[in-house]
Ligand binder design. Structure first.
Ligand code: GLV
Ligand code: MG
Length: 351
């Protein structure tokens, strides 16, 4: 393997492999919708789901029983041909099994050969450090060359071990294939020995309470977000590397309100999207990860008030300057991306 010096960083890692991308494609990725590909009934709904979600992911890892791993792999290959993914502008991803599992190598070999032209991103679970990405990067280059692919498949890491969190900055910078990182709160909780039994979200025991009251009445208390530190650290690692950060799974499918709040916190802190495990969560993610029309209108007023992005202006009593212009640009650019895909939101943003 060649050293990752600045000059080598964008060279293909195998003769005949496509050159790494200098820039990530700009895509709307508000939700990565997880599909269990071994289930015929669910697979049959893929074309319909591909019209609703920004990204569809065929899952091969956890939640797929050991005796269904091969059927799931075949299911992803079938999904590749069920939709004109690139033509329609829906992302087509897969999550492979972990590097130390008996399935990883066959997952990679079969998927790149038989679905490599359609696959945009391979999600790699339980990434512990840049060495895991380097290995997958090299293997992918060999497989891409053998399959004659002309477009590189990108990589997405799940942050779900304590070691991975400790090395998240190095993971984000490990390869030009890195598209993003997702929080994996279920595995991360186990690896950290957090005393929980949930997939993401808050916990009723993780809270702060007010000081004892003079009247000895009940003390006000509020739940805190146990994921705040990790999400913020992941966002910094990703944005510093020019890649995207994502919330992960929210397991309580019935608690739409808590799901919406957890997604919104991630959106406000800088995440581009989240996972959806149920069609109800697609709708929530669409609502949360598309900027609010009122915010978009205010952002556009800021952009107009400082046409060259410099100087100072007052809007509704609030100071605007170069830095608020940059914030407004983030929201305005995202609104343009959303509007290009969603006529209802395009109308709401214009109105
Ligand atoms: C996702 O894979 C998680 O472990 O939360
Ligand atoms: Mg996991």
């Amino acid at each position: 393997m060649t050293a990752r010096t600045p000059r080598n960083f964008f060279k293909p890692l195998a003769a005949g492999a496509p050159a790494p991308l200098l820039e990530l494609p700009v895509r709307l990725e508000r939700m990565i919708h997880f599909v269990p590909p071994h289930l015929d009934k669910v697979r049959a709904k893929v074309p319909d789901m591909a019209g609703k979600a920004d990204v569809i992911l065929g899952n091969l890892e956890d939640a797929i029983p050991a005796d269904a791993k091969e059927a799931a792999r075949a299911g992803v290959i079938e999904m590749a041909g069920m939709v004109d993914w690139q033509g329609q502008g829906t992302g087509f991803w897969t999550r492979v099994n972990p590097l130390n599992s008996p399935w990883f190598l066959d997952d990679m070999m079969a998927l790149v050969e038989k679905a490599g032209r359609q696959l945009d991103v391979i999600m790699v679970p339980k990434v512990e450090g840049p060495f895991d990405i380097h290995y997958v990067d090299q293997l992918l280059a060999q497989l891409e060359a053998r399959a004659g692919l002309d477009r590189p498949i990108l990589l997405h890491a799940i942050l779900e071990t304590a070691e991975g969190v400790a090395r998240v900055e190095e993971i984000a910078l490990a390869s030009p294939r890195m598209q993003g990182i997702s929080l994996g709160p279920a595995d991360l909780a186990a690896d950290r020995k957090m005393k929980t039994t949930r997939v993401g979200g808050g916990h009723p025991f993780y809270r702060v309470i007010e000081d004892p009251r003079e009247d000895e009445g009940p003390r006000a208390a509020a739940q805190q977000d146990p994921w705040h530190y990790t999400v913020a650290r992941m966002v910094d690692a990703c944005r510093a590397a020019g890649i995207n950060a994502f919330y992960g799974p929210f397991g309580d499918i019935a608690d739409l309100e808590a799901c919406e709040q957890q997604f919104r916190n991630a959106f406000l802190l800088g995440c581009s999207g989240t996972w959806s495990l149920h069609p109800n969560q697609i709708a929530i993610a669409k609502k949360v990860f598309s900027p609010d029309p009122e915010e978009v209108k205010f952002a556009r007023r800021i952009l107009e008030a400082l046409p060259d992005g410099r100087g100072v202006a007052m809007l509704d009593g609030k100071m605007q300057d170069d830095a608020t212009w940059k914030q407004a640009k983030v929201i305005g650019d995202l609104a343009d991306l959303v509007a290009a895909k969603d006529p209802d939101l395009a109308a709401a943003y214009a109105g």
